[in-house]
Ligand binder design. Structure first.
Ligand code: SAH
Ligand code: SF4
Ligand code: F3S
Length: 451
């Protein structure tokens, strides 16, 4: 009998990828994926710990799921609840203390143990916690990926982080850096392409620190990109998230040499102030970052950039913040994410006594976001009239519309028949908005149907 599995994913793309892997690991036990928590036999919250808000969201969702579990119980049915992901790793058994209706807690490195945990939870009635960082990595223990991710797929090549930025929980929740072997990555990429992927985004918390070993040779991320570019049927390659310190010469060069590598890079800088960057332990200053940007532009002149910013880091002065605004003016981003600094338990910056008042954080965030919005709109407007290939992979807002991604990661909506879904289509851009472009199909000779 099939059982219903509902997975809710929070946080970054690595979690989205892990959720697919968890689905695959539970399939042989008769669990099939469901879009809603109603009536589910197993609910997994794949959580994020990066900011306080992300964590609070998990607890408020848990409250709602508890009600669902109780109404199932009243009908004489059972529901298991698991908390996985980075909150699972960071809080462990504390979660069960705070929410005793949670049956299992597991960290991001323990997903291969899910089937056994579920069996134990049924037998023992809950209280199962699995947080070890095993010596054999989960990728080697999980079954091959079987669920199709559609035309645009994620592939984790690297996990963990050794950078220890002073604000960040990731090195604690995901553990030390680990790179999968080139062989495993290529095999998985070929499977994704067989399942209909035209675009693959290579993922890692620190993806450009990738250094995989094969037959005594060390491969860089650029080597992986060059290898995957040879796969027939794979049309687009992206990677995220990168650290400026690890933008090696070969990676910068391949942006100019490999047309399948898309001209868009998410390269977080966090702050434009050297003093703050130093105290963030970012291991780069603004000049180093700006030099990388200039070299990437030289390699691939049309490359567009995105970044993450933190405002209100402890001790950030008006001058420091102005340095950030000035860096943004200099780079001209196509898109960016910005956050108010959120103190995280166990990180050095959380115990810094120069915490910034909430109203100052709010005011700085607003100013930064106004500037970033302005740049994003300007970038989108500069695309109107251009022809681009767009990967149509989702429903649009209205009937008869599809939504896709431009080479520069912009969302493009277009009136197109359903048959165009999952295809790469040449389009002319006809309109620009803050978060999207409108396009029209000009010619479908470049049309490639996903299998
Ligand atoms: N590995 C990536 C992503 C880390 S998490 C990187 O190095 O860029 C994604 C973003 O969340 C970070 O880039 C940072 O901008 C933000 N972030 C991390 N910790 C935070 C904190 N304590 N408060 C606010 N934002 C934070
Ligand atoms: Fe966090 Fe810094 Fe590692 Fe990114 S590089 S995951 S911000 S510690
Ligand atoms: Fe969040 Fe963990 Fe990703 S803290 S951003 S889910 S690595």
């Amino acid at each position: 009998m099939t059982k219903k599995l509902y997975i809710k994913t929070y946080g970054c793309q690595m979690n989205a990828y892990d959720s697919v892997r968890m689905q695959d690991v539970m399939a042989p036990l008769g669990y099939s994926a469901s879009d809603t928590p109603e009536g589910a036999d197993l609910i997994i919250l794949n959580t994020c710990h990066i900011r306080e808000k992300a964590e609070e969201k998990v607890y408020s969702d848990l409250g709602r799921i508890r009600a669902e579990k109780e109404s199932k119980k009243a009908r004489g049915e059972k529901m298991l609840i698991a908390v996985g992901g980075c909150v699972g790793q960071a809080e462990g058994a504390e979660i069960i203390k705070r929410a005793p209706y949670v049956d299992m807690v597991l960290g991001p490195q323990s997903y291969h143990q899910l089937p056994e945990m579920v069996t134990r939870a049924i037998r023992e009635g809950g209280g199962i916690v699995e947080l070890d960082f095993p010596t054999v990595q989960k990728f080697d223990l999980l079954p091959e990926i079987t669920s199709s991710q559609g035309a645009a797929a994620f592939l984790s090549v690297q996990e963990g982080c050794d950078k220890f930025c002073s604000f960040c929980v990731v090195p604690y929740t995901r553990g030390a850096e680990y790179s999968r072997t080139p062989q495993a990555i290529e095999a998985e990429a070929r499977r994704l392409v067989d399942q209909g992927a035209l675009e693959i985004t290579l993922l890692g918390q620190n993806v450009n620190a990738y250094h995989g070993e094969q037959n005594g040779k060390t491969w860089s991320l650029a080597d992986i990109i060059a290898q995957l570019a040879k796969i027939n049927g794979l049309e687009r390659i992206r990677y995220m998230t990168s650290h400026p310190r690890d933008m090696s010469d070969d990676l910068i060069a391949i942006h100019g040499a490999e047309p399948k590598l898309m001209p868009f890079l998410h390269l977080p800088v966090q702050s434009g102030s050297n003093e703050i960057l130093k105290r963030m332990n970012r291991k780069h200053d603004r000049e180093f970052y700006l030099d990388i940007i200039a070299r990437l532009r030289k390699s691939r002149p049309d490359i567009a950039f995105s970044s993450d910013f933190i405002v209100g880091f402890p001790g950030e002065s008006d001058r420091d913040f102005d340095d950030t605004m000035q860096l943004v003016e200099q780079v001209q981003y196509a898109q960016a994410y910005s956050f108010k600094y959120s103190p995280r338990p166990g990180t050095p910056a959380a115990v810094d006594d120069r915490q910034i008042a909430e109203n100052i954080k709010n005011e700085r965030l607003q100013r930064l976001q106004d500037l970033l919005r302005h740049q994003q709109t300007a970038f989108n407007e500069s695309c109107v009239g251009r022809t681009m290939s767009v990967l149509l992979d989702r429903d649009g807002k209205h009937d008869g519309q599809l939504l896709g991604k431009s080479p520069y990661m912009q969302s493009v909506h277009v009136s197109a028949p359903e048959a165009f879904r999952g295809q790469l289509v040449d389009m002319r851009m006809t309109g620009a908005y803050l978060n999207s472009l409108a396009g029209e199909i000009i010619d479908n000779t470049n049309l490639r149907k996903a299998s």
